[in-house]
Design a protein around this ligand. Sequence first.
Ligand code: ZN
Length: 220
Amino acid sequence: MPGTKISQRMRALQLARDCAALGARIRTIHHLTGLRPRELLHLLFNSHAIPPCGRAPNSREWYHHANLLQRIEASIVIANFRRMRHLGFPAPEALVGAYRYYQSMYRPPARISFDRAFDLAAHTEGLWIAKAPSFRLASCSRCSSEFLDAFAGADTTARPCPFCQLLDRHARDPRLTASFPEPPPASEELIAHLMTVPGPVTDANGETPSNSSSLPPAET
Ligand SMILES: [Zn+2]
């Protein structure tokens, strides 16, 4: 019964539950599902499960202060989100699938929260809360990686490729050296990881397979 009211309702409820499980704010779930905030509060939370509160992420401000590892992880989330979009997934399912894949690659705590991923995806595609894109996926001419970049006018990149920066800084930065006892994997290998996007799923979850991390978490 695809397209019927009950199917639409069930899809929205399933999506809401998936988003809440990933730590989404009510505001984020509301934008992704169309369900009213009051109903979401009633359905998803109780005195033992309190919704996340505080100021919602503002990625256009955050991006300019984000450190190298945050920019790498943001790039991975958005590159996977865009790939799932190109495969035909609706934006909410693509976001959930891309975020689950990101979580499967890194040990917690995640540097990129689900709310951050939502904000970045919105401002990359001009969706939900964003009227127009203010980020894009840029292609590095040196390592061919795709990375998140702010629009800087013309075809220029606002900031250098974080994957190349990681390789360049690995030997010089004690924090990175401590995080990566071995030299970090080549950017091409990281991108090959990203290419392992699951085929179209049979349900609406965008479920993705677990994968061991080739880029372990590092304290910054
Ligand atoms: Zn590069």
